[in-house]
Design a protein around this ligand. Structure first.
Ligand SMILES: Cc1cc2nc3c(=O)[nH]c(=O)nc-3n(C[C@H](O)[C@H](O)[C@H](O)COP(=O)(O)OP(=O)(O)OC[C@H]3O[C@@H](n4cnc5c(N)ncnc54)[C@H](O)[C@@H]3O)c2cc1C
Length: 378
């Protein structure tokens, strides 16, 4: 009897790998350190982005053998705000993403993937921490980005709003999603992590000033960080590193779900087809990740004026999906900028990213933000 394939971590990357392996008839054991799936999240709304690939998200999920047994709602409109509070309506013909929910409760992506894996015979073992495995899908190991989020139930009207202001969310953005009675407010930053509460409170007050929304006494709050690094290999010994454990993430907006599902599926394919995992992910994700590094550099280097321009252009475009796809294209000048950004932002010395040799960003390159003072609520 052949031994089961061992996967460490039951997040989207580990479960996508498990589902593909089980579909090909392999015995799979997933070890999850926590007592349930999705424990890093709080029932919050997140988005599977649709603009970085030509393949639409539903077709992508079909191709990698994932059923849509979770909350899944197309995103075709939004309101973007710049640092002066100027609002712009965003429209899209094709969805620029699909809202999903994360966490341990019903209808989340995490619970849906778990149900699919278990139905296919995958043995998921909770409260079991693996130090290694055939596939390592253990999520972020080191903070390259940080977010604080709050989620609550609401009767407020639906809205999708994103606030772009480097002073209130340095290097990042804040967002308010109200859909189907669930509200999520989040503040994501790539600098000054110790000040996350200050940035969150100021961003929340600023969003409420635009137009009030109700926050009940019962809310859930969570903090979590995100990983991004560039590598030539996502393998170490017999282990294949997938999802954020392998640094797979779109660095522009810190979106990692599509990368997690893709890299998990590619790791499964490398085992099923006996192919080299590093060759597989390099072909599909390598150039894309480098482009996202340059995009992030431009996002920060342009300051708040650059963000205003981004918001204006996004609104001017008749189709936001097409506009955003343009950012993800591998232009020759972005390919030329990649080594320059890598040199300017390179971290030297030790870090917690795995596996092995890679490029990651120095914290010395953070943008400077003065103290924000007391929160103004009116
Ligand atoms: C607040 C926030 C909002 C986000 N919003 C979006 C969004 O809108 N769109 C998007 O695309 N991305 C978003 N992301 C990023 C996205 O959530 C992650 O990229 C994605 O979850 C990565 O999946 P993963 O499988 O690599 O890791 P995870 O989802 O972190 O799963 C890893 C799992 O491994 C388990 N584990 C850890 N160590 C061990 C071990 N040694 N043994 C066994 N199990 C272990 C953990 O408990 C966890 O369950 C967001 C991230 C944050 C923090």
């Amino acid at each position: 009897m052949t031994r089961p394939i061992l996967i460490a971590g039951a997040g989207p990357s580990g479960l996508a790998a498990a589902i593909a392996l089980a579909r090909s008839g392999r015995a799979v054991e997933v070890h999850e350190a926590k007592p349930d799936v999705g424990r890093r999240f709080i029932g919050d709304l997140q988005i599977i982005e649709a603009a970085s690939e030509r393949e639409p998200v539903p077709e992508f999920l079909d191709r990698i053998g994932i059923e849509r047994n979770f909350y899944f709602r197309p995103a075709t409109s939004a309101t973007f705000y710049d640092h002066r509070g100027k609002s712009r309506a965003i429209r899209s013909d094709a969805p620029f993403g699909y809202f999903i929910r994360r966490g341990a409760e019903e209808t989340t992506l995490d619970r849906g993937l778990l149900a699919q894996a278990q139905k296919l015979g995958v043995n998921v073992i909770f409260n079991s921490r693996l130090s290694e495995g055939d596939i390592v899908a253990t999520g972020p190991a080191s903070p390259d980005g940080l977010a604080r989020e709050m989620t609550w139930r609401t009767n407020d009207p639906e809205r999708v709003e994103v606030f772009f202001d480097h002073t209130l969310a340095p290097g990042g953005y804040s967002y308010l999603f109200i859909l189907d009675g669930i509200a999520t407010f989040g503040c994501a930053i790539v600098a000054h992590f110790k000040r996350i509460d200050e940035f969150f409170e100021h961003s929340l007050a600023s969003a409420q000033k635009r137009h009030a929304f109700t926050i009940p006494s019962e809310t859930r709050t969570g903090y979590s960080y995100m990983n991004f690094h560039l590598k030539t290999r996502a393998t170490s010994g017999r282990s294949l590193f997938v999802g954020e454990a392998g640094g797979f993430q779109d660095y522009l907006f810190g979106l990692g779900i599509r990368y997690a599902l893709t890299s998990g599926n590619l790791a499964a394919r490398s085992i099923i087809e006996g192919r080299d995992f590093d060759e597989l992910w390099q072909a599909e994700l390598g150039a894309k990740q480098e482009t996202s590094l340059v995009n992030r550099f431009l996002y920060e280097a342009g300051g708040n004026r650059g963000l205003s321009m981004f918001v204006w252009q996004a609104a001017r475009a008749s189709d936001f999906h097409r506009y955003l796809s343009g950012w993800h294209k591998r232009a020759w000048w972005k390919a030329m900028l990649t080594p320059i950004v890598q040199r300017v932002w390179r971290h030297r010395g030790r870090c917690l990213h795995k596996p092995g040799e890679h490029w990651c960003r120095s914290r010395d390159t953070e943008m400077k933000v003065p103290p924000l003072g007391p929160v103004q609520t009116s």
